[in-house]
Design a protein around this ligand. Structure first.
Ligand code: C2E
Ligand code: CA
Ligand code: CA
Length: 684
């Protein structure tokens, strides 16, 4: 059995600037450092292989510690009395750790007495905590004097570096740092830590013949050994080789920031590398431009020729593109068949020419294995300065331009135009403002009257959401509702709409002696949301309102999805007695089969069918009205703008209509005026 004193643990314990010892499971002392002697008065020779003299009832203490340490490998006792050799008591906090190394099992004890030396630092505490693993792994060791001059170095470390022992003695230990890292602040960091924390633990690159790249990363712990006056007598450093871990880290980083195949930066890597580029660019000159080029239908090429060909193609594209792009530009590779170029020194005109040429070159045939492949390349490009100062946003704009081009056809070059750029900025502006709009009560409702066709009588309203923004002015619902929907803000907004519209209806009903209903638009997300049924139930109860006067308008496209779920939800709503309407009917391709199974009350025929009739006098409109009536539904025509249209509708079975011809959406104030002033409440 090796003696513990041959293992690095002994040197380590000596090096710790805290009194500590190591005892076996029976309590016999195996290691005892100088600070323990200072604290307790016992010399090492006096205590080695003797029962630990400083704990009064050692046996019962051991009995307490072992179950404790079984549960938590590391534990501390609060200020506890320990015995000094002279019989006096020493109060200290003890850090206990069950510890086994090689054939030894036992406990490691470190004492932190009141008023002893420097307070324990977090660093030290963590080291104590990881004591066992650290000791077990520490195979490299050296010690140096207070000036850092090496006076001892173990054979393992000499072997790792690949030079004999005498080469190092007398050298400053910082000279072991690999020359490539000489200018790295690592030495300063270590010096600083040793002064302030009196301990340093970290990773240090040293020169090593044993490693392929000649760099070995050591996880080193450096502790000073202090004199009684607190002066540094020497430094002791222990370490283990973490080169493998370092290599892995680099590989992971590589995977995260580079395209595996082409070795080009990926989007994330490119964003990281160039995040400050816009700030350091002269705004007026504006020489930063971003282009994305994409192989049209790359997926199909990959599938039909196989990924071996696909990969080779990407590599050849990279090479060919690099030949035509200026050296100052940076090519990157976000994914699959999509590449990017960051232009740093070209004018817009030059970029324009370059992209045309690039597209031309990449559309010449590629010879891959025995295939000849021709591609079409689409390009999206954004010029800077633009309305944004964020690189990521510029990327998104180039991407949108690319997609926009692809929608037109393959092989397009699409630039982010001033209009597109402005539209993006507006969208972002609106998104930000939307968050505040509800809170700050910037939404309001307008109401569009709805009339019975046969009699021209007013039968109800449709509530339409409005938003007035201080800077942007009036923003149409078609613009902000899809955004609110995307941002999940639609649910609270629409809950407010239903409540507000229901309250208005309640207030207006007594003004006339005919039934009035209120249509409210329900967005798909709101319809599916958990809270929706509760909102409806609350409104019914709170307002003491007849729910069948409220018509919930849902779009046909919503009805088309997940029918089972949607029908269940519709039935829930019907059980609460609300009415349901299918809005924009005819635009969403619902099958008759579905329609029959839906518990809906009303169809609103989209304006496109009215327009269609006006331009071509086709029968489509009549067919749709007929369809609705054959399903026993109330049929509403939307968007009646002229008399000819209205006259024609009157010849069909359509029940009611809305439209600018009779009334535009109006403020509640005007509705009240209309209700109280018009005797028959007909055409306004
Ligand atoms: P929608 O439900 O189809 O609403 C009818 C739209 O047609 C309204 O546009 C209305 O002002 C317009 N309109 C009515 N009569 C005529 C006409 O004779 N000619 C023409 N050209 N248009 C007419 P608006 O207010 O801009 O609303 C647009 C869409 O925004 C609505 O279409 C609806 O889908 C949505 N929306 C409005 N308010 C809300 C709401 O509170 N919640 C939800 N989720 N969506 C809403
Ligand atoms: Ca509607
Ligand atoms: Ca509609």
């Amino acid at each position: 059995m090796a003696s513990l004193r041959d293992l690095p643990i002994d040197a380590f314990i000596d090096a710790l600037s805290i009194p500590c010892c190591y005892i076996d499971l029976d309590g016999d002392v195996l290691l005892w450092n100088g600070h323990a002697t200072t604290l307790f008065g016992w010399e090492r020779a006096e205590v080695l292989h003797q029962a630990l003299p400083v704990v009064e009832h050692l046996e019962s203490a051991l009995e307490t510690w072992s179950p404790l340490l079984l549960q938590y490998p590391f534990s501390t006792t609060a200020m506890t009395p320990f015995q000094h050799k002279d019989g006096s008591l020493v109060y200290a906090t003890a850090y206990l750790q069950s510890f086994s190394i090689h054939d030894f099992n036992g406990y490691f004890l470190a004492f932190l007495p009141k008023g002893f030396g420097p307070l324990i630092s977090t660093e030290q505490f963590n080291l104590l905590h990881h004591f066992q693993s650290m000791i077990e792994q520490s195979t490299y060791y050296l010690s140096a004097n207070a000036e850092g001059v090496i006076h001892e170095i173990n054979p393992m470390l000499c072997e790792l570096i690949g030079a004999p022992n005498h080469r190092f003695i007398g050298q400053n230990w910082f000279e072991l740092i690999h020359p490539v890292y000489k200018h790295n602040p690592i030495a300063d960091t270590v010096r600083h830590a040793l002064v302030s924390d009196r301990i340093w633990n970290g990773e240090m690159p040293i020169y090593s013949k044993r490693h392929a790249t000649n760099v070995c990363w050591l996880n080193l712990t450096v502790v000073p050994i202090l004199s009684e006056d607190g002066d540094v007598l020497q430094y002791t450093a222990f370490g283990f080789d973490v080169s493998d871990k370092k290599r892995l880290e680099r590989e992971v980083e590589y995977l995260a920031y580079y395209n595996d195949l082409t070795g080009l930066l990926n989007k994330k890597g490119w964003l990281r590398e160039y995040r400050d580029i816009l700030q350091s660019t002269d705004q007026t000159e504006g020489l930063v431009h971003i282009a994305l080029f994409d192989i049209d239908r790359f997926k199909i090429i990959n599938e039909s020729f196989g990924s071996r060909v696909g990969n080779e193609l990407l590599l050849q594209i990279k090479e060919r593109a690099a030949r035509y792009l200026p050296e100052s530009s940076v090519m990157f590779h976000p994914s699959g068949g999509l590449f990017g170029v960051l232009f740093l020194e070209q004018s817009k005109e030059e970029v324009f020419q370059l992209l045309r040429q690039l597209q031309y070159e990449l559309q010449r045939p590629f010879r891959i294995y025995h295939h000849s492949i021709m591609l079409s390349i689409s390009i999206g490009c954004v010029f800077y300065p633009s309305a944004t100062n964020s690189l990521e946003e510029l990327y998104t704009r180039a991407e949108s331009a690319l997609f926009k081009g692809k929608r037109i056809g393959v092989g397009t070059i699409q630039f982010v135009t001033k209009d597109m750029d402005d539209a993006f900025s507006r969208q972002i502006h609106i998104e930000k403002a939307l968050y505040k709009a509800l809170e700050e009560k910037h939404f309001y409702l307008e109401y569009q009257p709805k009339y019975e066709l046969k009699t021209d009588r007013l039968i109800g309203f449709e509530a339409l959401l409005r938003w007035h923004h201080d800077e942007l002015g009036q923003i149409p619902p078609s613009e902000f509702i899809p955004l609110a929907e995307e941002m999940a803000l639609i649910v609270p907004i629409n809950n407010w709409v239903i409540l507000e519209a229901a309250k208005q209806l309640k207030a207006w009903q007594p003004l006339v002696d005919q039934p009035l209903s209120m249509g409210v638009n329900i967005s798909p997300n709101q319809f599916r949301s958990e809270s929706f049924i509760n909102t409806l139930r609350n409104i019914k109860q709170q307002l003491n309102l007849n729910p069948s006067d409220v018509i919930l308008e849902i779009t046909e496209s919503l009805v088309m999805q997940q029918t089972e779920e949607i029908i269940a939800r519709m039935n829930q709503i019907k059980r609460l007695d609300y009415r349901l309407s299918i809005d924009d009917f005819g635009t969403g391709f619902s099958s008759l089969q579905y329609l029959k199974s839906f518990p809906v009350d009303e169809l609103k025929i989209d304006k496109v069918f009215l327009d269609d009739w006006l331009t071509s006098k086709s029968h489509l409109l009549n067919v749709i009205v007929h369809l609705g009536k054959s399903l026993n539904l109330h049929v509403v025509a939307e968007g009646v703008e002229d008399q000819e249209m209205l006259d024609h509708l009157k010849t069909t079975d359509c029940d009611s209509f809305q439209g600018f011809l009779y009334a535009k959406p109006m403020s509640p104030h005007r509705i009240v005026h209309m209700l109280t002033n018009q005797v028959d409440n007909k055409k306004h």
